[in-house]
Design a protein around this ligand. Structure first.
Ligand code: B12
Ligand code: SF4
Length: 454
C-alpha cells in the first residue's frame, strides 16, 4: 500500500507558496509514519511549501487538521475524493468538530493515533473503514515508536528537531482547544524513550512541543536530569509558575533549556480570572514582576504569549499590553486575538450570548480572514479589536522596539549565542506579522485545486 501523509496550509495571500517563516517539521505525521508497517510506502506532502501531486497514485491519504487548516484540509479531501482515493483525517479539529469533519472524509480519528492506527490500516486493507474512530488518548504517548524523520528530508525545514515528552495540561483555561482535547489530562513518555529518540537523530537543537512541559514538575525534573549528559539545547512551552521551583529552574538551565513560550495572556488581573488561568495568579495576576525577574536571573529567553479581546479589555488596555511587553524586553511575543475554537468553554459562552460572527464557524467562512476578530467583543467593535492586535504585533516587532528590547543584559545579551538567536528570529517574526495578516483561509479562491493541479 502507498499512503500519502498531508499537512495542509492555512492559506496564502497571493497564491505564493509559503506564508510561515518558521517552517517546522510536522511531528504528528512523522509519528504516524512510524506506526505504518515497513512493508507499506509512505510519502509526505507539505501543502505549506509544496504542490500536492493529486494525480500521483495513492491507496489512501491521511490529513492532519487543526481548526485554522480545516477549510484547506476539506479542499484537499475533495480532490482525492474525485480520484476515489480514501481520505482519513485526524488531529485537533477531528476531536473538536467530528460531525462537521465526517462530511468531508471517509474516516476520522478523534484522538491520539497510536493505539488505533493498526486497526484503521487493517480496516483500510479490507475495504471496511469505519466513519469514526473515537479513540481517546495514548498513555504513554508513542509507546516506544520513534518518529520517522526520514520523511522530512529535503523539504527545507528549519534545522530544529521537534519532539514531545508529554501531552496535555492539568489546567483548563476557557479559551484553550487543548482543554477540550485533553480534558485536564497530562501524560508522559518514558524518559528512556525520549533519550533514545534524541540519540537517534543528529540535531543538537530541539523543540519540545509539549502543551506544558512542566505540568508535572517532578516528571519534568526526571527528564531534565537525563538530558544533562546529552549536551543539547532545547526550547519548549510552560506556565510562568515554573519560576517558583528553584530545583526545576536549575535543572532546566543545566539540561540546556534556552527559553519557553509562556502564556502571560493579559496584564489585567480580571481577564486572568475570567479565563480561568489560575496558574498565573500566584505572584499577583497580571503583574508578573517577580516572575520576570526570576526568568531573567536564570537567563531564560521568553516568548511571551498574550490573548486579546477579553470582556475586560479596551482598545487602550490592549495597546498597553504591547508597551508593557516592550518595557519588559521579552525576546519574542505573540499577540493573539481570542479565538472561539469549537467546544471550548469560550465558544459555548459566546454562542449562548449570541456574540459569534461568521455563522459561528469562522474557520469555514469565505469572508473570515486570519488574525481577525471572529466574535463581538464587549468594549469595542470587531474591527477595533483586529486593529488593536495588529498594532501590538507591529509595535513589538518594529525595528526601534527590537533594538530597545535587545538591551537586556541577563537574557538577550547574556551570551553571544543568545544575541544571535535574538537577531536570527526577530526579523523572521517581523516578516510574518505582515505576511499573515488578513490571509484568506484555504486556496480554492485562487481557482486552484491545490495550486495548478486543475
Ligand atoms: C508545535 C505547535 C505549533 C508550531 C508548528 C509546528 C509545525 N510543525 O509547523 C508553531 C509554533 C509554529 C505553531 C503555530 C501555530 N499554532 Co500551534 N501548536 C503546536 C502544538 C503545541 C503541538 C503540535 C504537535 O506537533 N503535537 C505533537 C503531535 C504528535 O500531536 P498531535 O498533533 O496532537 O497529533 C496526535 C493526534 O492529534 C492524532 N493526529 C493528528 N493528526 C492526525 C492525522 C491522522 C490521519 C490521524 C489518524 C491522527 C492524527 O495522532 C497524533 C499522535 O497521537 C499544538 C498543541 C497540541 N496539543 O496540538 C499547538 C496548536 C495546534 N496550535 C494552535 C494554534 C492556534 C497555532 C497558530 C494558529 C497560532 C497563531 N495564532 O499564529 C499557529 C499556526 C501556524 C501554522 N501555519 O500552522 C492551536 C490550534 C487550535 C485548533 N483548534 O486548531 C493548538 C492546538 C494550541 C492550543 N492549545 O490551542 N504551533
Ligand atoms: S495552561 Fe496553557 S496548555 Fe494548559 S489549559 Fe491553559 S492555555 Fe491550555
Amino acid at each position: 500500500m502507498k499512503i500519502a501523509l498531508i499537512k495542509p496550509t492555512i492559506g496564502t495571500k497571493s497564491g505564493s507558496l509559503y506564508v510561515d517563516e518558521g517552517r517546522m517539521e510536522p511531528l504528528q505525521l512523522g509519528l504516524i509514519a512510524s506506526l505504518i508497517p515497513p512493508g507499506d510506502d509512505v510519502v509526505l506532502y507539505d501543502d505549506r511549501m509544496e504542490q500536492i501531486p493529486f494525480d500521483d497514485p495513492a491507496d489512501a491519504v491521511m490529513i492532519t487538521t487543526e481548526t485554522f487548516t480545516a477549510k484547506r484540509a476539506y479542499e484537499i479531501a475533495a480532490e482525492y475524493a474525485k480520484r476515489k482515493v480514501p481520505v482519513i483525517m485526524g488531529g485537533m479539529h477531528a476531536k473538536l468538530s467530528p460531525e462537521e469533519m465526517a462530511e468531508h472524509c471517509d474516516s476520522l480519528i478523534a484522538g491520539d493515533a497510536e493505539n488505533i492506527l493498526p486497526q484503521v490500516l487493517e480496516d483500510l486493507k479490507n475495504g471496511a473503514l469505519r466513519p469514526v474512530y473515537d479513540c481517546g488518548v495514548a498513555d504513554p504517548p508513542q509507546n516506544g515508536s520513534v518518529t520517522r524523520r526520514d520523511i522530512f528530508a529535503g523539504k527545507g525545514y528549519l534545522p530544529v528537531s521537534l519532539l514531545q515528552f508529554s501531552r496535555g495540561c492539568v489546567h483548563g483555561c476557557k479559551y484553550c482547544a487543548g482543554s477540550v482535547y485533553f480534558d485536564k489530562r497530562h501524560y508522559c513518555r518514558r524518559v528512556e524513550d525520549v533519550i533514545a529518540e534524541i540519540k537517534s537523530q543528529k540535531r543538537k537543537l530541539l523543540f519540545f512541543v509539549d502543551d506544558n512541559l512542566i505540568a508535572n514538575p517532578e516528571k519534568a525534573k526526571e527528564l531534565f536530569r537525563a538530558l544533562i549528559p546529552l549536551k543539547i539545547n532545547w526550547v519548549s512551552q510552560g506556565t510562568v509558575s515554573m519560576v517558583y521551583d528553584n530545583e526545576l529552574m536549575d535543572l532546566i538551565v543545566k539540561s540546556g533549556g534556552l527559553g519557553f513560550v509562556i502564556g502571560f495572556e493579559s496584564i489585567n488581573p480580571d481577564a486572568i480570572s475570567l479565563m480561568g488561568k489560575d496558574v498565573n495568579i500566584k505572584g499577583g495576576a497580571g503583574k508578573y514582576k517577580t516572575e520576570i525577574e526570576l526568568l531573567r536571573q536564570w537567563g531564560l529567553q521568553t516568548w511571551a504569549a498574550f490573548t486579546l479581546g477579553h470582556d475586560t479589555d479596551t482598545v487602550e488596555s490592549i495597546k498597553q499590553t504591547a508597551e508593557w511587553a516592550i518595557r519588559n524586553k521579552f525576546t519574542f511575543a505573540a499577540f493573539n486575538i481570542l479565538m472561539p475554537y469549537p467546544k471550548t468553554p469560550l465558544y459555548e459562552k459566546l454562542a449562548a450570548e449570541g456574540r459569534l460572527l461568521y455563522d459561528g464557524k469562522w474557520w469555514l467562512h469565505d469572508e473570515y480572514r486570519f488574525n481577525h476578530a471572529s466574535f463581538l467583543p464587549k468594549n469595542m467593535t470587531p474591527d477595533e479589536l483586529t486593529e488593536a492586535a495588529f498594532y501590538c504585533r507591529k509595535k513589538f516587532n518594529s525595528l526601534t522596539a527590537a533594538a530597545y528590547r535587545m538591551f537586556e543584559p541577563q537574557t538577550n545579551m547574556r551570551t553571544l549565542k543568545k544575541l544571535i538567536t535574538y537577531w536570527l528570529y526577530n526579523p523572521l517574526f517581523r516578516k510574518e506579522v505582515f505576511k499573515k495578516q488578513g490571509l484568506r483561509l484555504g486556496l480554492k479562491h485562487f481557482g486552484q485545486n491545490g495550486r495548478g493541479c486543475d
